[in-house]
Design a protein around this ligand. Sequence first.
Ligand SMILES: [Zn+2]
Length: 251
Amino acid sequence: MRNKRAWFAAVLGLGMLFALEGRAADAAQKPPAKTRVLVVTGGHPFEKDPFFKLFKDNPDITYQAVEHPNAHALLTAEAARQYDVIVTYDFNQKITAQAQADFVARLKEGKGLVVLHHAIAAYPAWPEYWNIIGAHYYLAATNINGVAKPRSGWKDGVKFRIHVPDPKHPVTLGMQDFDTLDETYKWFDVADDCHPLLTTEEPESNKVIAWAKTYKGARVVLIQSGHDHVAYENPGFQQILRQAIRWTAKR
Ligand SMILES: [Zn+2]
């Protein structure tokens, strides 16, 4: 009787062990229920509470925030297991060769990238960054392959209408033209392989102000809007940001 009980306990124990291992294997294979976002800031002041509210209020995601100079440490393969999409809102940073290689490697692996507002000029001395995001914003007048480029412009507090040229694209799905009050940028270049998502006829702005593209294994969206809480609180901005995170996460 005692032996029988011991045998039964052993079988039960083994069964539980297999069940637990099976569950662990399932968890490793299934993607997490929510998209995990890394939010990168630094180099430019911004209104922190209303900005991070955009991420707190997004039911599709969990997020962690990091500020330069700590951001590049999270681009290693090991650290990147913690997130699916990088949202950048940083500005005018230096980047080492190692961090450049890590950044590109993560995109090659398929991490999503959403670039917001002043992050269009996050790495002014890194030419590959312009290929990644599909734009070149000039912080100073310069010369590119013999072509003189004036310094790019910006204007705060512009009230203007934003047009949605492709409301069938997953990033702008269901969106309609909307009004905004935001900072505009102009005299920056947008690459030909960018699919326009938002445009405007406002003379103080570039015509194309949001786009989607791919870079190696990654989906990339740039949204020029997003200067302050007035922009953050615009439902159109909130919708395109939510849908950009979802699309770049390949969900
Ligand atoms: Zn701004």
